[in-house]
Write a protein of this length. Structure first.
Length: 295
């Protein structure tokens, strides 16, 4: 069985008898899964390989962007343009519809960002991203000294493009996602192995930050990619696979994955296939609750 059931309500969210299928393998370390609904293809990163790939049922695995600045997380903005976090270049970029690249953020108060890791876009167009130091390591990025003396989470204003620091009290901020009503922002800290929750103000700033959950289980890996489905259940990559939580922080169970799991997204026409990026492979499993449309 590819799942660990901790609460019977897990059966209402995930097809517990559905097999975990290995879609493709042979990569170095996969990340940044994002479904393009218009093209019916999955975009994902292979950071050490310095390449962003795409997969579709018709064409299999092909190249999306190479070199990629050892890109990690991706997200579509309100106009369907892909936002990407570049580890090696310490920047946030946007790919325009004509294929050109616009640089959105590189520095904060004169200092180079650490290595933007994961990114989301709010319904007002604001961009939120985490900035740990993983991209300043060899293999996963470019080995170099850190300019900043902290690891933070930032917001890019949708009108002015100004960059603001939202929080800096993390060891290594990583995955992040909004609640369905966008009044809460969940951010996990890989260094501490927990998920925190913040209140989101009208101006986009955040406050609070209490520990909301601590994914614990057997298996390798730590808190990483994080998203919520269309019913507000929070999915987060953790030790041994993907942990599924109710909106009130009850852990329903774990989708067990045989490799260290970094990220995931929902895809296919019904958004009921969970595509999982896990180390050298891409996996998928069917679920009962669809994800949210972001492209």
């Amino acid at each position: 069985m590819s799942v660990e059931i901790r609460d019977e309500r897990f059966r209402q969210v995930v097809h517990v008898d559905s097999p975990l299928e290995q879609v493709a393998t042979g990569f170095i370390f996969t990340e940044g899964a994002m479904w393009d609904a218009k093209k019916k293809e999955l975009i994902f990163s292979d950071m050490p390989g310095d390449i962003v790939r795409k997969w579709s049922a018709d064409n299999g695995v092909t190249v999306f962007r190479q070199p990629s600045g050892k890109a990690n997380g991706h997200y579509f903005d309100l106009e369907g343009r892909l936002i990407s976090c570049e580890h090696a270049n310490s920047r946030i970029i946007r790919e325009e519809h004509d294929g050109s690249i616009t640089v959105l953020a590189t520095h904060y108060e004169g200092k180079e960002l650490n290595s933007p890791n994961d990114v989301i876009v709010k319904s007002d167009g604001a961009i939120y991203f985490s900035d740990p130091t993983y991209g300043r390591m060899d293999v996963f990025g470019l080995l170099r000294e850190q300019d900043m003396d902290f690891q933070g989470v930032y917001r890019i204003d949708p009108e002015s493009g100004d960059l603001s620091l939202l929080a800096s009290d993390f060891v290594q901020p990583n995955g992040l996602t909004f609640s369905l009503d966008e009044k809460k922002l969940f951010i996990n800290d890989t260094g501490h192995g927990h998920v925190r929750v913040f209140d989101v103000a009208g101006d986009g700033s955040i406050s609070g930050g209490v520990v909301w959950a601590e994914p614990k289980g057997s298996g390798a890996g730590g808190c990483d990619g994080m998203k919520i489905d269309s019913e507000g259940n929070l999915f987060v990559a953790g030790p041994g696979g993907i942990f599924v939580y109710t909106p009130d922080a009850m852990c329903l169970g774990v989708i067990r994955v045989p490799e260290v799991t970094a990220n995931f997204t929902w895809g296919d026409d019904d958004l009921k296939t969970l595509y999982i990026t896990a180390s050298t492979s891409l996996y998928r499993i069917r679920v009962k609750v669809p994800g949210r449309k972001v492209s």
